[in-house]
Every structure is written in structure tokens, then in C-alpha cells.
Design a protein around this ligand. Structure first.
Ligand code: PEP
Ligand code: MN
Length: 345
């Protein structure tokens, strides 16, 4: 870290900072300019908060040089993480982007889920995604079928061979969800549920972490760091939009720039969710294409056999005819992407 002292900082103040840093294992170098004194400190920042140094008398600013997300960041892990599944599907690096689709919630009629799953299979999607545990803003809304929903997903997987992505909301439910899911999803609202992240560090299956509605990229990567630090390196990042100020036209602001940013600073795979990212079904196609061109390793979007009567998120779900049309065009675009070019097509 770099500590810039105030122009009028006393020698005693400089010495106090220097001693403190040395005590915490930093190698310190003091540079005396005409006006400012700058202390360059090399060591492991994780054991020392820059804020504490910034609070010392005579300190002007403290700049952290090293990224705090050591495991999720690219510096110490330059090669892309590629997550592999038993059926040969891979996510990340230069692999062909994957498609994850399904209803927002698994609903009580398994026939609908099977119809959706068969359409997904027919269009070449790799993952069936549906929520059995639903984080709903209102307690009066459909809360999910829980274990029965997981059983339906497992049946759909058995019939189609699709891999299953489903959300886990509580540490208590991890053993159950882990039995059924191929990827465990952490919802946006739980991105900073540190107990949940820590517990997911103790399983081996991949975890798809959705970006919090108001999370910075740094907070997002630090949330991933929690899972990795606790032992699970199989983390997939999912950009799903952040809170904007214009709710008249879209539900969230989908941060497409987050894709190349995350790919530049992290080695983890990045998925984009244009359904929750926009809240409007007509925006799934343009934003999905934008995300693929920006370098996303896959898309997750909501589809339903009867969106007008869906238990949740019908407005951002494609019906099955639209799904086939839109997915045909995604597949065409995916076939044209130059995977060696980090900047897209
Ligand atoms: C979801 O993926 O079903 C969901 C609830 O999304 P988010 O957590 O991004 O709001
Ligand atoms: Mn949803």
C-alpha cells in the first residue's frame, strides 16, 4: 500500500505509521519529496485495514495497490477457471457459451416443467433453471414448492439430461439442495449473506453467485472470495442488473460493462441474466446478445409455457414459441463468436 502523509506531517507521525506497518510485517520505504512524504509498504494487506492507517494523525491518503480478492482475482490466478460437469458440459474460458433456461419458480404442475425442459433440450440448452426456494419481496407471493420442486427438477433432468440450476436461500437447506442441484444458485439478495457463502465454501458443487442489486464489482468479487476462501473454487459469477432510477421502462439496469470488467480482473466464469436484469421479455434478446458479444460465458433467462399465468416473473419470461425463435438467434450468434478474442466477436 502507499501512504501519503500530509505536507506538514511531523517526523514523529511518519515514524508512528512506519513502526505500525513494520510491526505488521510490511517492508517500508519512505520517499521524501519537496512537499509530501510518501511511504511505500509491501506486505499482506489482508491482515491490516488501510482505514486504520488512514485514521492516523498526519496521514493524507492511503492507496491499496493489491486487489483484496486474492482467490477470485486474476493476479494470482491468471488462467481462466473452467467448470466441468460429468456430461461434458464446460463453463468458462474459451468454451462455447452455455444457455440456462427455465421458469422463475418450479410450479405445482410437473407437466409444465417437463414441457419447458423438453423445449430447452430441443434448442440445445445445457441447463434447466428453476427455483424451488423463492426469495420473494412480499410474503404474500408464491414462496416455492421446496423439496417437491427439487424432485420435479430431478425428474426433468432424468428425462432430458439437462443439468439443474436451483437456488439455495438458507444454510439449513444446503444439504437438501446439494442432493438435487448441479449448480447451487445464490440469489442477488443473499450475495452478502456471509454465513451462506461460508457454508457453500464447504461443498464441492459449483455455486452461481448473483450480483447484489446494489453491489459494486469489488463487493461482488469479495462475496465470491468468501466462498473460495472457505474451500470451494467452483464459483460462477452472474450479472443480473443493479438498481437504477428508472423503473418505468426496466426493472434493473443490466451492467453489460461488468462482463469485460469481471473477465479482466477475475478468472471466474461470468453468466448474464437478462430476465432479472431488465424485467421485460422483449429485452431478453437484445441484452442477451449484447452480453454474449461482451464476452459472457453464458446466459440465464426465464421461459414459461404460459407466462401470463406464471407464479412469478411472467413479464420477463419468454413463451415457448418466442423462446425457440430467440434461442435460434442466440445459437447463431454463439456460433459466430471468436473465443480467442476477449473483446467479443
Ligand atoms: C432468480 O434468479 O430467480 C432470482 C430471484 O433472481 P435475483 O436473485 O437475481 O433477483
Ligand atoms: Mn425470477
Amino acid at each position: 500500500m502507499i501512504v501519503v502523509m500530509e505536507p506538514n506531517a511531523t517526523d514523529a507521525q511518519v515514524e508512528k505509521v512506519t513502526k505500525y506497518l513494520e510491526k505488521h510485517g510490511f517492508r517500508v520505504n519512505i520517499n521524501y519529496g519537496d512537499i509530501l512524504k510518501v511511504i511505500a509498504a509491501i506486505g499482506d494487506k489482508r491482515i491490516l485495514s488501510p482505514q486504520i492507517i488512514a485514521s492516523f494523525e498526519g496521514v493524507k491518503t492511503v492507496k491499496q495497490i493489491q486487489e483484496p480478492y486474492k482467490l477470485a482475482g486474476r493476479t494470482a490466478h491468471p488462467e481462466d477457471t473452467i467448470i466441468k460437469f460429468n456430461n461434458g458440459v464446460k463453463i468458462g474460458g474459451k468454451e462455447k457459451p452455455v444457455l440456462m433456461v427455465g421458469p422463475c419458480s418450479v410450479e405445482k404442475d410437473i407437466k409444465s416443467l417437463l414441457e419447458i425442459a423438453n423445449a430447452a433440450k430441443e434448442m440445445g440448452c445445457e441447463f434447466l433453471r428453476g427455483g424451488a426456494f423463492k426469495p420473494r419481496t412480499s410474503p404474500y407471493d408464491f414462496q416455492g414448492l421446496e423439496e417437491r420442486g427439487l424432485e420435479f427438477l430431478a425428474e426433468a433432468r432424468k428425462q432430458t439430461g439437462l443439468l439443474v440450476v436451483t437456488e439455495v436461500m438458507d444454510t439449513m437447506d444446503i444439504p437438501l439442495v446439494n442432493q438435487y442441484a448441479d449448480i447451487l444458485q445464490v440469489g442477488a439478495r443473499n450475495m452478502q449473506n456471509f454465513k451462506l457463502l461460508k457454508a457453500l465454501g464447504h461443498i464441492k458443487k459449483p455455486v452461481m453467485l448473483k450480483r447484489g442489486p446494489a453491489a459494486s464489482i469489488k463487493e461482488f468479487l469479495l462475496a465470491a472470495e468468501h466462498i473460495m476462501y472457505n474451500g470451494n473454487p467452483n464459483v460462477i459469477l452472474c450479472e443480473r442488473g443493479i438498481k437504477g432510477y428508472d423503473n418505468d421502462f426496466s426493472r434493473n439496469t443490466l451492467d453489460i460493462a461488468a462482463v469485460p470488467i469481471l473477465r479482466k480482473y477475475s478468472h471466474l466464469p461470468v453468466i448474464v441474466d437478462p430476465s432479472h436484469g431488465t424485467g421485460r421479455r422483449y429485452l431478453i434478446e437484445p441484452m442477451g446478445k449484447a452480453a454474449l458479444i461482451a464476452g459472457a460465458h453464458g446466459l440465464m433467462y426465464e421461459i414459461h409455457n404460459d407466462p401470463d399465468n406464471a407464479s412469478s416473473d411472467g413479464a420477463q419470461s419468454l413463451d415457448l414459441n418466442m423462446f425457440r425463435d430467440v434461442t435460434k438467434r442466440f445459437n447463431k450468434l454463439i456460433g459466430r463468436i471468436d473465443y480467442d478474442n476477449k473483446n467479443g466477436i
